[in-house]
Design a protein around this ligand. Structure first.
Ligand SMILES: Cc1cc2nc3c(=O)[nH]c(=O)nc-3n(C[C@H](O)[C@H](O)[C@H](O)COP(=O)(O)OP(=O)(O)OC[C@H]3O[C@@H](n4cnc5c(N)ncnc54)[C@H](O)[C@@H]3O)c2cc1C
Length: 382
């Protein structure tokens, strides 16, 4: 049955949930305290890299990332078609570079388990490596090549997604300054209350059958209202971009300190720091200098260049680095989709599918329980 859904937050996660739910026939209102895409989502480098982001083992988080990557080709084509807007989406592949012979063993270990999950890559060295990235530093001994990984130009993509939502009929209300839950959230365990209501600063009330929390690093503010432990913290990412001759860097290159990714417009984006600075999004000289030091170890030509653009965003990180996904056991009308930390752009299509399937009571993937929003309740609330 079609439901009246309110979404709190207009980043990539809120917009993706709105897009999926409205497509499935629900009536969606999205509320944003600032402007859509104005926080972490507009700041992201846009890498869709489940293999490079998961080095250790195929745990539930890896499966979530991989499932989401596999939705991307169809998902982004739909956003493009419904919005009528274009954005860069490149299936460029990626390299994960190492500097010592001994580290090649670790790459081989990773490759072995990642091949079981569809990676068709391999270890590349010498001429083969330089054919993929001709300007890569000679210091790099080898790299793990993963052709399946992609990237998207996040600021344009988020704009297109917002337009696609509007074209589908999602009601988007921005610049609300504050949005709070005021009623209907104190149900019994497993109980679906008739209505939940949120209120914006200007006094408007928004009743809904379902409320989806997509407020990123700000979701922790709901701990007290909902009486659950929501350990979500902002982790600042400082990032910068250089202008280069087109195709000097061809795709995405990671090392254990950061990444470099080439965009179609000839810019090269290099990221990103991980600082604890509260909700401060300023850029520091120290943060950018540290990036520059590592960039030149991947591409020495970057040493002679000065970034033309520097910015920062707040990644919403949970205590275990995994998102909060799904309905609250104690109040089923509230669905969480927050805390996507380093991979919210990658995870957005699968998050939207899980949120919509939860609301429609469809079967969910077996790994889904690893992301239960109430999983931190046993840890004492601060
Ligand atoms: C420098 C950097 C690089 C990154 N690179 C990548 C990458 O390459 N690949 C990748 O997959 N991910 C990347 N990420 C991570 C990714 O950007 C985040 O995981 C993702 O944007 C989180 O999306 P979100 O919608 O949850 O949060 P946000 O984009 O922060 O959106 C949350 C929104 O909620 C709003 N809000 C807050 N409180 C309320 C309220 N009470 N009511 C209504 N609205 C509210 C906020 O104003 C905000 O607009 C990067 C992040 C950074 C900072």
């Amino acid at each position: 049955m079609n439901q009246n859904v309110v979404i709190m937050g207009g980043g990539i996660i809120g917009l993706s949930c709105a897009f999926e739910l409205q497509k499935r026939g629900h009536r969606v209102t999205l509320l944003e305290i600032g402007s859509c895409g104005g926080q972490a989502s507009g700041a992201a480098a846009g890498m869709l890299a489940p293999f490079s982001e998961n080095l250790e083992e195929p745990d539930p988080y890896f499966h979530l990332c991989l499932d989401s990557l596999r939705l991307y080709p169809t998902w982004q084509a739909e956003v493009r078609q419904i919005s009528g807007q274009s954005f860069e989406y490149s299936q460029s592949g990626s390299l994960y570079a190492v500097y010592h012979e001994a580290d090649i063993l670790a790459l081989e270990g990773r490759l072995m388990w990642q091949r079981e999950y569809g990676s068709t890559g391999g270890i590349v060295e010498g001429d083969a490596l330089r054919r993929i990235e001709p300007h890569l530093s000679n210091e790099v001994k080898a790299a793990l090549y993963t052709p399946e990984e992609s990237h998207i130009y996040a600021p344009h993509y988020v704009q297109a997604l917002e337009q696609a939502c509007r074209n589908l009929g999602v009601r988007i209300i921005e610049h609300l300054e504050s949005v709070q839950i005021i009623d209907g959230h104190q149900g019994q365990r497993g109980e679906l209350q008739e209505e939940i209501t949120v209120k914006s600063k200007d006094g408007r009330k928004f009743p809904a059958e379902r409320l989806v929390i997509c407020s990123g690093a700000w979701a922790q503010e709901l701990s007290e209202t909902l009486n659950i432990n929501l350990p979500i913290y902002p982790i600042r990412g400082q990032i910068c971009a250089y202008r280069t001759a087109q195709h000097t860097v061809k795709g995405m290159v990671f090392n254990n300190q950061g990444y470099v990714v080439a965009k179609d417009n000839g810019t090269v984006v290099c990221g990103a720091s991980e600082d604890i600075a509260g909700f401060d999004t300023s850029v520091t000289e120290k943060g950018i200098e540290r990036l520059r030091k590592w960039n030149k170890r991947l591409f020495p030509f970057l040493e002679r260049k000065v970034p033309f653009h520097r910015w920062a965003g707040l990644r919403p990180s949970t205590q275990d680095g995994r998102p909060l996904l799904g309905a609250l056991e104690a109040a089923e009308q509230i669905v969480f989709a927050a805390g996507h930390y380093r991979n919210g752009i990658l995870l957005s299509p699968m998050t939207a599918k899980i949120v919509a399937d939860t609301i429609e009571r469809f079967d969910l993937p077996s790994y889904y329980s690893a992301f239960a929003p109430e999983r931190f309740n046993h840890i004492m609330m601060r």
